[in-house]
Design a protein. Structure first.
Length: 580
C-alpha cells in the first residue's frame, strides 16, 4: 500500500526524483491520491499492484501521444525508491471546476457572457474531436472532469482531466456518471461521447441539465427515467424557473442540434457554436413559470443604478462593484475606488474601508478614508493565494494558514494580522463565501470563522463524496450545493451549528441546478428563492419558516445583504426587498 501521509520520495519517468510533502496533497479518490508539485500533478494509486494488474504502463504509452494544450494527458510513470510502479504524472490543471461556471452567480460576478460560453464550448468540441481522431473515447466526460480557465486573454480555455480513465486501444472503460450517460447508445462510443459533451455544454449555456425542470408525471429526482423517455427541457409542459438562461441565446445551429439529440435521439457530431450556415431554428424555449396571486406583503425598491455600467456584486458593508471596476458606497452614493478586479474584496473598518485585490497574481491591499476618500496602499509581505470574507471580516488564505486581517492606526494606517488558523492541506481546500471546505485524505472538513475573533475546523462526514460547487456561510449557518458523483445529481445542504460550533444539524434535498440564491443576515435570518413566485424567509436556529407568494418574485433576482437588509441584483441594478 502506498502511504498517503508524510514525505514521499518518488521518481518521475523521464524527469528524475521528486519529493512530495503533505502540503502538496490535493485530493483523494476511490483508488488514488493526487499531489501537486512544481506545476505537475502526481497520481499515486492506493493499491500499488493495480498498475501491473491493469497494464497501466502500456496504456500510458498510448495516452502520452495525445499532445493537445487542452488535454492533461499522462506524461509518464511514477516509481517508488525501490523502482516499483506506483502512479502516473501529468500537467496540473489550474482554473475553475466547470460546474461553478454553470451558475448565474459566476456569470454575473465575472461578466461572463454568451460569447465567452461559445468560445469555451468550441474549444471543448475541439478537444473531443482531437481525442476521437487519435483513437480515444473519453467515456466519462462529466462536468467534474473539465476545468475552465476563464481569465485568459484570448478567451476562456478548457482543460480535461482524468485522461487515464479514457478508453484507448485494447483498454476499455466502464465507469460513467449516470447524469451524462447515453442510455440510447450501446456501449461507449464516439456517439456517446458527443451526447455527454452535449449534456455538459448545454448546462454551460443555460445553467440547467437538459432533463431537469419539472413536468407532470415525473418526480423531481427521476432524471434517469426522463433521459430514457427522451423528455427533455424542450418537451411540452416542462416548467423552468426564471433563473434558467434563455435557450434562444444559444447559437441557432447548435440549439437545433441539442433539441435533435435530447428530444429525438439523434446522434451526430455537433456543429460549431460559430457555424454561420443555415440551420433550422427550433421553437422558442417552453418555459412555464408559477402564476401566483400577489399578497402585497413585499416592497421592491431600487437602491442604485448606473446606466451602462451594471452592478456585479454587493457586499454586506454596503458597497457595490460595477462592471467598470468602480466601487460605490450605497449609503452616500460616492465612488470610493476605481480599477478594481472582479476578484476584489472589501470590508468596512471604523474609519474607512479595507480593499484586497490582485496584481500579477499577488494580493495587494489599500485603505480608503471615509471622510476624504483618499486611498493609500498598505504594504503586506505575507504571500497568499485566495481572499475569504466572512460577513464584514477579511481573511487571506496562505500556504499553511487562514489569516484574518485588520487595519491599525498608530500614527499612520498599518495592515496587521488579527489571528491565524493553521490549514492542514491547503491545496485540498476550496474557499467559498465565508467558509473553506477541505477534502483531506478522504474526509471533509469545514473551516468556519465565528463570533468576533474565532475560527474553527469541524468534520462534516455528510459531505464525503460530494463535490461542492458553491457555498455561503453566516452566523451559525452554511448553505451549499454539491454534485454527487454516484448519482450525478446536484443536492443542496444546509448546516445549522450550535452556539459554540461543536456540533450541527444537517438538511439536504434535491435541486435542479448548481446555483445557490440566498441572503444570510447577521441577525440570523435567511431569505432564499428556490422557485419563481415564492420567497422563503427562515431562521435556521429555531426552525421558523415564512413563505411569501408574490408574482414579482423570480429566481433570477440574485440575493445578497447590506447589513440586515435583504438586497438583490437584477437587470444591472441593486434593489431592496422588504416586508411591509
Amino acid at each position: 500500500m502506498t502511504s498517503r501521509t508524510g514525505t514521499i520520495h518518488v521518481e518521475l519517468e523521464g524527469r528524475g526524483p521528486l519529493t512530495l510533502r503533505e502540503s502538496d496533497y490535493v485530493a483523494s479518490g476511490g483508488e488514488a491520491s493526487v499531489y501537486k508539485a512544481h506545476g505537475t500533478s502526481v497520481k499515486l494509486y492506493t493499491d500499488s499492484k493495480k498498475m501491473r494488474r491493469d497494464g497501466t504502463a502500456e496504456k500510458i504509452k498510448l495516452l502520452k501521444v495525445l499532445r493537445h494544450p487542452f488535454i492533461m494527458a499522462p506524461e509518464g510513470i511514477v516509481r517508488d525508491a525501490q523502482g516499483h510502479e506506483i502512479g502516473i504524472y501529468m500537467p496540473y490543471a489550474e482554473g475553475e471546476p466547470l460546474p461553478r461556471v454553470f451558475t448565474n452567480a459566476f456569470w454575473q460576478r465575472e461578466s461572463f457572457d454568451i460569447a465567452h460560453a461559445s468560445t469555451l464550448v468550441e474549444r471543448m468540441r475541439d478537444t473531443v474531436s482531437f481525442a476521437h481522431s487519435n483513437g480515444a473515447v473519453m467515456v466519462d466526460g462529466n462536468e467534474l472532469n473539465w476545468i475552465a480557465q476563464t481569465r485568459v486573454k484570448n478567451g476562456p480555455e478548457p482543460r480535461t482531466i482524468d485522461v487515464d480513465s479514457w478508453a484507448i486501444g485494447k483498454f476499455g472503460a466502464t465507469v460513467v456518471m449516470p447524469s451524462i450517460r447515453d442510455w440510447h447508445t450501446k456501449g461507449f462510443t464516439k456517439n456517446s461521447d458527443w451526447f455527454t459533451w452535449g449534456v455538459v455544454t448545454f448546462q454551460l449555456f443555460t445553467g440547467i441539465h437538459p432533463y431537469r425542470g419539472t413536468r407532470d408525471g415525473y418526480e423531481r429526482n427521476e432524471l434517469e427515467r426522463r433521459m430514457k423517455d427522451k423528455v427533455s427541457v424542450f418537451a411540452p409542459r416542462v416548467h423552468l424557473n426564471a433563473s434558467v438562461r434563455d435557450f434562444n441565446t444559444i447559437p441557432p445551429a447548435l440549439r437545433s442540434w441539442y433539441e435533435a439529440v435530447f428530444e429525438k435521439g439523434e446522434r451526430t457530431i455537433p456543429p460549431s457554436p460559430f457555424d454561420k450556415g443555415i440551420a433550422a431554428i427550433a421553437p422558442s424555449a417552453r418555459t412555464y413559470r408559477a402564476v401566483v396571486t400577489a399578497t402585497g406583503q413585499l416592497v421592491f425598491e431600487k437602491l442604485f443604478e448606473v446606466t451602462g455600467d451594471p452592478v456585479l456584486r454587493v457586499w454586506p458593508s454596503g458597497v457595490v462593484l460595477l462592471a467598470s471596476g468602480k466601487m460605490f458606497d450605497i449609503r452616500s452614493k460616492r465612488i470610493i475606488s476605481v480599477g478594481q478586479s472582479h476578484g476584489a474584496e472589501i470590508v468596512k473598518v471604523p474609519w474607512g474601508w479595507l480593499i484586497g485585490d490582485w496584481m500579477n497574481g499577488k494580493p495587494t491591499f489599500s485603505f480608503v478614508d471615509d471622510r476624504t476618500l483618499q486611498r493609500q496602499s498598505l504594504p503586506f509581505q505575507l504571500v497568499g493565494h485566495r481572499f475569504m470574507r466572512f460577513e464584514n471580516r477579511m481573511f487571506l488564505a496562505t500556504d499553511d494558514a487562514l489569516v484574518e486581517l485588520e487595519v491599525l492606526s498608530v500614527g499612520h494606517d498599518l495592515l496587521s494580522i488579527k489571528q491565524s488558523t493553521p490549514i492542514l492541506a491547503p491545496r485540498a481546500t476550496t474557499w467559498f463565501d465565508g467558509v473553506g471546505v477541505q477534502k483531506a485524505f478522504g474526509a471533509t472538513f469545514m473551516i468556519l470563522p465565528f463570533d468576533d475573533n474565532a475560527c474553527t475546523t469541524i468534520r462534516v462526514k455528510e459531505l464525503d463524496g460530494i463535490e461542492l460547487v458553491t457555498a455561503k456561510a453566516g452566523t451559525r449557518f452554511v448553505a451549499m450545493v454539491g454534485l454527487n458523483y454516484q448519482s450525478g445529481t446536484y443536492q443542496k445542504y444546509e448546516l445549522t451549528f450550535t452556539a459554540d460550533y461543536r456540533s450541527y444539524t444537517v438538511w439536504s434535498g434535491h435541486t435542479d441546478s448548481s446555483d445557490l440564491n440566498i441572503a444570510i443576515l447577521p441577525k440570523g435570518v435567511c431569505a432564499t428563492i428556490v422557485k419563481d413566485g415564492e420567497l422563503s424567509v427562515f431562521v435556521p436556529t429555531n426552525g421558523q419558516v415564512h413563505r411569501v407568494l408574490d408574482r414579482q418574485i423570480a429566481t433570477d433576482m440574485h440575493l445578497g445583504n447590506w447589513e440586515d437588509l435583504v438586497v438583490y441584483v437584477y437587470g444591472g441594478a441593486l434593489w431592496k426587498l422588504q416586508m411591509k
